[in-house]
Design a protein. Structure first.
Length: 118
């Protein structure tokens, strides 16, 4: 059964401190202000944070599910066809993206905005 963005929302919001917002005009999920996933403009794929190594492994193992475009070559993100991904795999991928975002330092521009709003 193909997953929908409603499924993505349920999985993402089950993670601690995840908030729904937007990124590049599409629905997105963030933790501590850092993006973990967003709906791609095509409405059929999800952009999810990962590592370059994991991305290569996923694309090699399941190229019908995981892919990238030229835009993402230099960035640690993977594109996921919602119609192809298994629910457990997507949950795991979102959890890994959440963990990666929690361990990355906040960007300076994000810290400045946060301190101004206090």
């Amino acid at each position: 059964m193909a997953l929908t963005f409603k499924d993505v929302r349920k999985f993402a919001l089950a993670l601690q401190n995840v908030e729904e917002g937007t990124s590049y005009g599409t629905p997105a999920f963030k933790v501590d202000g850092k993006l973990i996933a967003r709906l791609k403009e095509d409405g059929e794929s999800l952009v999810v944070g990962t590592t370059f190594e994991e991305r290569e492994e996923m694309m090699a193992a399941e190229p019908e599910t995981y892919y990238i475009t030229d835009h993402y070559l230099k960035y640690p993100w993977v594109l996921v066809h919602l119609s192809q991904v298994h629910a457990d795999a997507l949950r795991d991928l979102l959890s890994r993206s959440w963990r990666l975002a929690r361990t990355q330092p906040r960007r300076a521009s994000t810290r400045k905005r946060a301190s101004r709003s206090r």
